[in-house]
Design a protein around this ligand. Sequence first.
Ligand code: ZN
Length: 434
Amino acid sequence: MLILKNARNVSGEKIDVLIDKGIIQDIRLSGGCKAGGVPSVFKTEGKAIGGTSGFAAGREIDLEGKILMPGIIDLHTHMRDPGLTHKEDFYTGSRACAKGGISFFFDMPNTVPPTVSEAALSEKIQRARKSSIVHCGFHFGASNEDNVEEIEKVIKSGAAVSTKVFLNESTGLMLIRDSELLKRVFKAGGLIFVHSENEMIDTAVELNARYGRGLYICHISSRREMEAVIKAKQNPELNNKDHPIYAEVTPHHLFLTESLRSESPRQDMLLRMKPELKTQSDADFLMQAIKDGFVDTIGTDHAPHTLEEKLSKLCFGIPGVETSLALMLTAAHQGLIDINTVQKLMCENPAAIMGLAKKGKLLAGFDADIIAVDPDKEWTLTACDIESKCKWSPYEGRRFTGKNIMTIVGGKIVYENGRFKIDGQDGTDYGNRF
Ligand SMILES: [Zn+2]
């Protein structure tokens, strides 16, 4: 049993939270107490416990006014496991998540082998169960060699609920151009996560409206793309209950711009990703779209490569799970966005989109995946802070205001003030697969 005392929620209310058996058992407003302080009392299974005295069996943590949020759910990561584990693996990647405040990540299928068969998916799941210290789920992959039968199998069994489709240039066999095959993939693939840049957004929207059951447009990077998405979202023939459209923006398309690449040859090599960075006015447009309610999620597109790889040849992708929340909290501190919206984009909406009924909200009865953040903590990211196996970040040297200080997954503290509490390499099955 765990009690988190003297915390706040994103609305500023003072709360105490009781956690037991991996579930949020109760949340009590504590600040509303009259002066003199009525001690908060929790009720669980009909028995009153609480205060400092009546509670001995568990741990009580005084959070001194820090903010509690549901754990971040990142729907877009590339953990490189299996096959590319010199860049990242489920152990290092999940530690990076825990540090950054992410309690649940979804992994993309472009690994080696790619996750385009039921067998490859179950192997990946086994690997992740053994080493991830946070919850994880997996997007299945659509192959240009026609794996629709495999897609049908994993969607039917529930091993995956979503299929990633690449409509723009990408690695090897995952780019699909055959329109007949695309129709069948959209029919079979559950929720379709699409890599679609520029005019391919219209193609994806059309396929979803005619054949699909839901479209999640990854990493919208420019004003032009966002305008196309907004137009589609506002059209009830293209965006409706049976064929919803969801829009994802990455932190790097909000907080980095292409002009940074000209700072040095090194930056020019490091700051390359798909889609590429755009201009400040594109980034401003994306932020405005967030404020206007057109963006559903912040997904990191965490795609680590080693520094050696990045500097020796052109590799697309940058790490992101350790910095996404800090970037958004910093934006909140600067008044660019409010923290309620941060919680909506990073916790509530991702849970709803993936059908995770008991996740994404700080409510009694929900899973105890919780983070504590210090919204006023000023800090600078340095290379030695980095948990990701790639050991670099495009945000090194950046000043942040706001930091994750504790990550609780399934009622267990996995990370607290710079230290990891759960090993993840002891072969324990944490049962943390979605
Ligand atoms: Zn990606």
